[in-house]
Write a protein that binds this ligand. Structure first.
Ligand code: SF4
Ligand code: SF4
Length: 298
């Protein structure tokens, strides 16, 4: 059945599929607890630690986790003011659609098959399950890195009740050149494969409310008003990688959101134009704020 699954995924253009075991993820628990102790939690993750380390709390009879990688790199656009992952239509929608197609395919093939599919906002750590499924290795920048597509990948996973044979994690890390540590605008890459997300520019561009002076300094260090690509752009593992072959990540690309446009459209019009983009989830006010801080136009 695993071969069948892999073949089906390949027919959809997904060539990185692995299986993570279902167990209590003790090694992840200790890393996560240390992050909590240090206060290095941004609040976007699942708050219930038990759910974060135990797939059984999401699916009672969970037996394996299917993990799929979705490469999204298509180009580095000079002058872009949003992160590469946001060039396309919202990856949550695209990846979720693929995962549901896979889940429904397996439902047809396996008696009593059931599943729950997640991208980015699920109970487990998507990077950790990708690592456990043998699909990539950790970089000092905390990204999951693959040989073929570097770290420009989205991760989707399907907790399910079929006992697919687990894959083995790769026994390696990035080459530890520390380029990312030196270049990070927030100086938040700690050198032990973790980051302080509260000082990460990508997090700050999504943060609501009043920004502190140090947030503003970090925001101004590069011109992106949404996200931050620095620790991926400087990584040697991202040189000479293959571009995505997934049609959905090659079309409908936009690279800039202009200040004047944002200032002159209503919230309703903003959602009509951009509601299917990953950068829209915090609303246009946050983007205007980021523009004004970065360009000092306030
Ligand atoms: S995304 Fe930017 S700010 Fe965040 S860790 Fe990477 S380089 Fe640092
Ligand atoms: S930039 Fe260097 S240290 Fe950072 S993740 Fe890439 S290889 Fe590792």
């Amino acid at each position: 059945m695993k071969k069948d699954l892999i073949k089906f995924c390949e027919s959809l253009g997904i060539d990185n599929v692995g299986i993570a075991p279902v167990e209590i993820y003790k090694d992840f628990e200790s890393i996560y607890k240390r992050q909590i102790e240090r206060g290095h939690i941004c609040g976007f993750e699942e708050k219930n630690i038990e759910k974060r380390i135990s797939p059984y709390l999401t699916l009672e009879d969970a037996s394996s986790v299917i993990v799929c990688l979705f490469p999204y790199y298509s180009e580095s656009k000079e002058g872009a003011n949003i992160s590469k992952y946001a060039y396309t239509l919202d990856y949550h929608l695209i990846v979720k659609r693929f995962l549901e197609i896979i889940g429904e395919y397996l439902k047809d093939k396996i008696d009593n098959f059931h599943y729950k599919a997640f991208v980015d906002n699920g109970p487990l750590s998507d990077r950790y399950v990708a690592y456990k499924a043998g699909l990539g290795f950790f970089g000092i920048n905390n990204h999951i890195i693959t040989d073929k597509y570097g770290s420009y990948i989205f991760i989707g996973y399907i907790i399910n009740n079929y006992n697919f044979e687990p894959d083995m994690p790769q026994n390696r890390t990035c080459i530890q050149c520390f380029n990312c540590v030196k270049a990070c605008p927030g100086q938040c890459i700690l050198g032990d494969f973790t980051i302080n997300p509260l000082r990460c520019k990508s997090f700050i561009t999504q943060k609501k409310g009043q920004l502190s002076d140090s947030d503003r300094i970090i925001l101004k260090k590069t011109n992106l008003i949404w996200g931050c690509d620095v620790c991926q752009d400087v990584c040697p593992h991202n040189m000479n990688i293959e571009k995505t072959d997934i049609k959905e990540f090659k079309e409908n690309l936009i690279y800039n959101i202009e200040y004047e446009e944002l200032k002159h459209i209503s919230n309703k019009e903003f959602m009509r134009r951009y509601g299917n983009r990953a950068f829209s989830w915090r609303g246009k006010g946050i983007l205007i704020r980021n523009h004004e801080i970065i360009n000092d136009s306030k």
